[in-house]
Design a protein around this ligand. Structure first.
Ligand code: DAH
Length: 341
């Protein structure tokens, strides 16, 4: 029996010397110290031994067991230390390195101005209504009182599509027709923002794509005074409370009477520069009382209803507020420009 214990111990230490990882160590533990290992069987057999032999064999068996258990613990600890050292080597991390800062995104200047415009008109009770950028010739021109071949169409150089009668909207005004047809005969107070397209020679003042914000109010007692008051108030909230504005008589086929509102050029304080073409004033919107024909096309009886409308260019406004002297910056996507906002 003693010899058998010697052999068990010797053999176990021998295999242990070849164990190099946790999995092998666990396998070794099961075969050497597990319930059905030869060593444990020695304990099982102690009871059947002669009385005199029992203490000697028992003591020796316990010795072997403790020895193997402590070897197991040692090697297990050594393996852990090795693994840690390896991880420290390969996963080296210098926590003193400065972090990489993330470049935060920004809102495009047009978006900033658009949101400001929404906020101002929201305070005055206007809702935002969106409509499509690809429009019918009918909505973009015809129902706005410009039949085919009407000379006023020349004011809007148009991108036509290959589909007859389908174009890129040249202004947000066709939205007026869409809202009226949806709302008639209820009163209306909306703004209609969105991208417009024109077949233009690009210059410091003209782009082929730009945003507009259209406004439309329809009701039973709406006057030109309401129009002037609303837009003057808008200019004061948008620029400064003492901003100078002026209304000039103008012509649009879809309004009668029509006007344009100018604000004093911020860049040159009215002295005249290349942005305001030397006039000292910047036109920021067109407006007027909705033409009876347009009201009728929208489903409102012009005998009973009146309305005003306006259309403004947020890029123009952004140019004033931020003193940008060339509209071409807006869609050039030059990060040096965009980062300034
Ligand atoms: N649609 C016009 C344009 O693009 C701007 C405009 C003028 C809109 C007068 C209006 C208006 O609603 O009443 O030039």
């Amino acid at each position: 029996m003693l010899e058998e214990l010697e052999k068990i111990e010797h053999g176990a230490l021998e295999t242990l010397s070849r164990v190099g990882d946790d999995a092998a160590l666990e396998a070794w533990r099961v075969t050497t110290l597990g319930r059905s290992s030869p060593l444990m069987q020695v304990f099982d057999r102690l009871g059947s031994l002669a009385k005199e032999e029992r203490p000697l064999i028992g003591r020796r068996a316990n010795e072997v067991k403790r020895n193997l258990e402590s070897r197991l613990a040692e090697l297990s600890e050594a393996l852990r230390t090795q693994a840690l050292a390896r991880a420290l080597q390969t996963e080296r991390l210098d926590i003193t390195l400065p972090g990489r800062s993330l470049a935060p995104g920004r809102l495009h200047p047009s978006t900033q101005i658009l949101r400001r415009i929404y906020a101002i008109f929201a305070e005055m009770g206007f809702q935002v209504y969106r409509s499509r950028e690809v429009e019918s010739d009918e909505n973009n021109f015809e129902l706005l009182n410009m039949p085919q071949h009407h000379p006023a169409r020349d004011m809007w150089d148009t991108f036509h599509t290959l589909a007859p009668g389908v174009l890129l909207r040249t202004h947000t005004s066709p939205g007026q027709i869409l809202v009226m047809r949806e709302q008639a005969p209820n009163p209306i107070r909306v703004i209609l923002p969105g991208m417009c397209y024109r077949y233009e020679q690009i210059s410091a003042r003209k782009e082929i794509q730009f945003n507009q914000v259209e406004g439309l109010a329809v009701g039973e007692n709406i006057t030109f005074g309401d129009l002037k008051g609303t837009l003057t108030d808008f200019a004061r909230r948008m620029f400064t409370p003492d901003v100078r504005t002026r209304f000039r008589a103008s012509h649009f086929p879809f309004t009668e009477p029509s006007a344009e509102m100018d604000i004093e050029c911020f860049l040159c304080q009215g002295k005249g520069c290349n942005v305001c073409s030397g006039t000292g004033w910047l036109e920021i919107l067109g407006c007027g009382m909705v033409h009876p024909t347009v009201l009728r096309n929208g489903g409102y009886d012009p005998e009973r209803f009146t309305g005003y409308a306006f259309g403004m260019g947020p890029e123009r406004i952004a140019m004033l507020r931020y003193r940008i002297d060339d509209i071409r910056y807006f869609w050039a996507n030059d990060i040096r420009f965009l980062e300034q906002f």
